[in-house]
Write a protein that binds this ligand. Sequence first.
Ligand code: TMP
Length: 239
Amino acid sequence: MQKCEQLYEGKAKKVFLTENPDVLIVSYKDDATAFNGLKKGTIVGKGAINNRMTNLLFQRIEAEGVPTHYVQELNDRETAVRRVEIVPLEVIVRNVAAGSFSKRLGVPEGTELAEPTIEFSYKNDELGDPLINSSFAKALNVATSSEIETIKKYAFMINDILKLEFLKAGLRLIDFKIEFGRFHGKIILADEVSPDTCRLWDVESGDKMDKDRFRRDLGNVEEAYVEVARRLGLEIEKK
Ligand code: TMP
């Protein structure tokens, strides 16, 4: 598969057209940002880890009945994916209180929730991705009722799949963010699932093994990404 012209460059990935109008190539970068781009840095080796980890997990998710954009891993950093129209919602599922949930609601980080929760942010960098509900999403023509129902159903299915996969790797899935797209009218999982987009705590020690190490200046950022990849069974070359 050949990369053609670059379509888009985001904070963590570049996206290229291919000869096939239904297929794009995503190229994962080592760039890291937080707080809507205010904090910038590099996590060496992150691009390859996030690419390979996303592909592994998307294949597991697909096998459990949730359609994804995954087509084919091309190399360490690049993957062919179905070209979707992104639904501009950040879909966040939480099992344990942390981050903005803890701050907003005054619930200490680490508090187990009585049941998994779902929330939506409107993907808009200028507005700082504001929290919205499904009624807003419909009113703004961001998604239809039936799309929102599908997204909710898939998001909780993905939570069950990921919780188990990470638990086998000695990691607690605290929360995560996913994005969906439309492919020929159907909702499918797009974007990525990686330590950039999940909170993962070591089952034994409770250590944070995700991008919070970068956001909160906790050190050993690269080491945490490599360790998560290693535990999932990915062989990652030392950079
Ligand atoms: P939050 O607690 O800051 O709202 O984050 C919830 C989850 O979503 C956490 O796993 C990190 C992830 N996330 C992203 O992937 N991208 C973002 O821009 C934000 C704010 C959070």
